[in-house]
Ligand binder design. Structure first.
Ligand code: IPM
Ligand code: MG
Length: 358
């Protein structure tokens, strides 16, 4: 039997709890099949934590996150909290977890299932077999740079985009290593024609590339990268970029796959401990209606098994099960499909569960 591992589930807000439930069922099931020794805890996060405790990331949740071997997060946020002061907003919980746990490396794969080619907003030939990986630096840059704030006497606000050589190097290494395991093509995205911080970024990544001679490195300006993603997405293998550019580019890449409801993500620290979550948000408009697609969260659970624990067989069992369900034509409401194969959130979870290999 594998050593016991504790997974902290943070369902959060909106559709978060609905998509975490089937993902947890599936983790329980593979734990049983492969004797993985997974156990589960749950804690409050985001708006629902604010309602109970007055803050979006209670100390208790942070403690539980530090102790857990891995974290599965649903989603945070909702319109009822939009007017709250900055430090009380649900999103602060996400940023707090990222920085407190030093989850600096964010993996956002955009993989288009061959069964969903027609769901993409791009022409099928542009996206067929698309498989690209965005690696976003997640604990630095303009998201966390100091100083930031407002001028006292004027209606002026400011943030600071700052990166140190160390920060660029450590995300660079993660990206080069990821590229080595894939098609050995790495594109580093910056704004080096304008921003000083990007000039340093480019220098550091270029220097680092000498240690990875097998990886072909290119640099691209972020505006061009946004265009190229829409023009010819298959030219990319791995993209590495800073926090803000990665936020934007990963949403563009997400749409290539037809639905943001399909995309998982992993945020890890240097020991591969991490937080795994769907790329989509809390979707308050469909919360509680059984319309949400649980596949992004289920795929995030698979990423957890692979990245954090090295349980490759269990992870691919889940991915193969999802592929079978999609091949059989089953869809949730966010994906094109016929009425008679349309499933609710729970039904989709159940279908995947039924297809797991015992
Ligand atoms: C994301 C989200 C977050 C971010 C928000 C909710 C703070 O957009 O994970 O991409 O900007 O990082
Ligand atoms: Mg985002």
């Amino acid at each position: 039997m594998n050593k016991k591992k504790t997974i902290l589930i943070l369902p959060g807000d909106g559709i978060g709890p609905e998509v975490c439930k089937p993902a947890k069922n599936i983790l329980e099931s593979v734990s049983h099949i492969y004797d993985l020794g997974l156990s589960f805890e749950e804690a409050l996060v985001g708006g629902s934590a604010y309602e109970e405790t007055g803050i979006p990331l209670p100390e208790e949740t942070l403690e539980a996150a530090r102790k857990a071997d891995s974290i599965l997060l649903g989603a945070v946020g909702g319109h009822q909290w939009d007017e709250l002061e900055y430090q009380y907003r649900p999103e602060r919980a996400l940023l707090g977890l990222r920085s407190e746990l030093d989850l600096f490396a964010n993996f956002r794969p955009a993989i288009l299932s061959k069964h969903l080619t027609s769901s993409s907003s791009l022409k099928p030939e542009k996206v067929e077999n698309l498989d690209l990986l965005i690696i976003r630096e997640l604990t630095g840059g303009i998201y966390f740079g100091e100083p930031r704030g407002r001028k006292e006497d004027k209606p002026v606000a400011f943030n600071t985009m700052i990166y140190s050589q160390e920060e660029i190097e450590r995300i660079g290494r993660v990206a080069f290593e990821a590229a080595q395991k894939r098609n050995k093509n790495l594109c580093s995205v910056d704004k080096a024609n304008v921003l000083e911080v990007s000039v340093l970024w480019r220098e550091v990544i270029s220097d680092l590339s000498k240690e990875y001679p097998d990886v072909k490195l290119s640099h691209m300006l972020v505006d061009n990268a946004a265009m190229q993603l829409v023009r010819e997405p298959k030219q990319f293998d791995v993209i590495v970029t800073g926090n803000l550019f990665g936020d934007i580019l990963s949403d563009i890449a997400a749409m290539m796959t037809g639905s943001i409801g399909m995309l998982p993500s992993a945020s890890v620290n240097s020991e591969n401990k991490g937080m795994f979550e769907p790329v989509h948000g809390s979707a308050p408009d469909i919360a509680g209606k059984g319309l949400a697609n649980p596949l992004a969260t289920i795929l995030s659970a698979a990423m957890m098994l692979r990245y954090s624990f090295g349980f490759e067989e269990a992870a691919s069992n889940i991915e193969v099960a999802i592929d079978k369900v999609l091949a059989e034509g089953y869809r949730t409401h966010d994906l094109e499909g016929s009425q008679d194969t349309q499933l609710s959130t729970d039904e989709m979870g159940k279908k995947v569960l039924d297809n797991l290999k015992n």
